[in-house]
Ligand binder design. Structure first.
Ligand SMILES: Cc1ncc(C[n+]2csc(CCOP(=O)(O)OP(=O)(O)O)c2C)c(N)n1
Ligand SMILES: [Mg+2]
Length: 355
């Protein structure tokens, strides 16, 4: 927690690109109404946010292929509705912490796409001055606490952030995301116990994308209903269609309200799917192409909203194209910045380290 906070203020101070933010709304300023059905504004907002994540990730994948991004790179494509729906249920001040599949979470928190992309390419305008890479970015300003490469580590850190919220009586809730694989880690259950015992304001969001690297849920988990994982600690939970941004927001509102009102933690199992490999180096031999194709064709979270915008809200193809063009422009600008920004100076080798 202390380390995360230190890194957060450091990286906030660093990137000039991250400071020069586009005028994009963050989700805590997003249009709100009852959650079951979205208004036109909510659908448009969700569409734009999810599309930004998708296009950003596609571009990151291309840049990785071109050798511009080194190290690990885990793409979030397919899972966009989870983080966008959850952010739409938050209020300003609520924190987010997650694992290594984190670019979507950063963008959804309102972090600048230039600063994120420049960190991927290891440039000085990146959120960690080009020294952190894909899995290690933070923004205290946007309440994003990483970016963690150790599977499950963020669960105890997120519980610690929630403890700080309770101690400071600031009314904030910490959204702590982790995967189906991470859900089998021991420290998760130590955290669950303390979170319920002390009624900490934390929502545990389990992103069940059906695989942990190449291992399917049914091969690795004795209890595959992750919403029940808090049962022995009396933590309530529910399973959510994580491909439907409206269902995510509705569940997010219930869970956040529960946590904020002092009732303690809440578990949301988001049933979702990642279209790409675990990381860029995954040949994905453990699942069939048909399975991926079926999910894309029948459950794509962005396509669902796109259809509503056309059928229900009568948006024209031209109006949608204008949104797409704007998103592409933001992503292209980020890629250009991340390609041309200089690398960190060698003197930076000895800064921002624990001595
Ligand atoms: C403590 C630890 N053990 C193993 C690994 C290697 N590892 C990286 S990702 C991963 C799978 C995690 O899967 P899941 O929690 O389902 O998240 P997803 O990748 O599906 O988002 C493993 C085993 C690690 N990084 N840290
Ligand atoms: Mg997984």
């Amino acid at each position: 927690m202390a380390v995360a906070a230190r890194k957060a203020s450091r990286s906030d101070a660093a990137p000039s690109a991250a400071k020069s933010r586009t005028a994009r709304k963050t989700q805590s300023q997003a249009p709100k109404k009852g959650a079951a059905g979205f208004t036109k504004e909510q659908d448009l907002f969700a569409y734009r946010e999810m599309l930004l994540i998708r296009r950003f990730e596609e571009k990151a994948g291309q840049m990785y292929g071109m050798g511009l991004i080194g190290g690990f790179c885990h793409l979030y494509i397919g899972q966009e509705a989870v983080v966008v729906g959850m952010q739409m249920a938050t209020k300003e001040g609520d924190q987010v912490i997650t694992g290594y599949r984190d670019h979507g979470h950063m963008l959804a928190c309102g972090m600048d796409s230039k600063g994120v992309m420049a960190e991927l390419t290891g440039r000085r305008g990146g959120y960690s001055k080009g020294k952190g890479g894909s899995m290690h970015m933070f923004s205290k300003e946007k309440h994003f606490y990483g970016g963690h490469g150790i599977v499950g580590a963020q669960v105890s850190l997120g519980t610690g952030i929630a403890f700080a919220n309770r101690y400071r009586k600031n009314g904030n809730v910490c959204l702590t995301y982790f995967g189906d694989g991470a859900a089998n880690q021991g420290q998760v259950y130590e955290s669950f116990n303390m979170a319920e015992l002390w009624k900490l304001p934390v929502v545990f969001v389990i992103e069940n994308n059906r695989y942990a690297m190449g291992t399917s849920v049914s091969r690795a988990s004795a209890q595959t209903d992750f919403s029940k994982r808090g049962a022995s600690f009396n933590i309530p939970g529910e399973q959510v269609d994580g491909m439907d941004v409206r269902a995510v927001m509705a569940a997010g509102e219930r869970a956040i309200e529960w946590a904020r009102s002092g009732k303690g933690p809440y578990i949301l199992e988001m049933q979702t799917y990642r279209y790409r490999g675990h990381s860029m180096s995954d040949p994905a031999k453990y699942r069939s192409k048909d399975e991926v194709q079926r999910m894309r064709e029948e459950h794509d979270p962005i396509e669902q909203v796109r259809r509503r915008l056309i059928d229900q809200w009568k948006l024209s193809e031209d109006e949608l194209k204008a949104v797409d063009a704007k998103v592409r422009e933001i992503v292209n600008e980020a890629a250009e910045f991340a390609t041309n920004d200089p690398e960190p100076d060698v003197t930076e080798l000895y800064t921002d380290i624990l001595k």
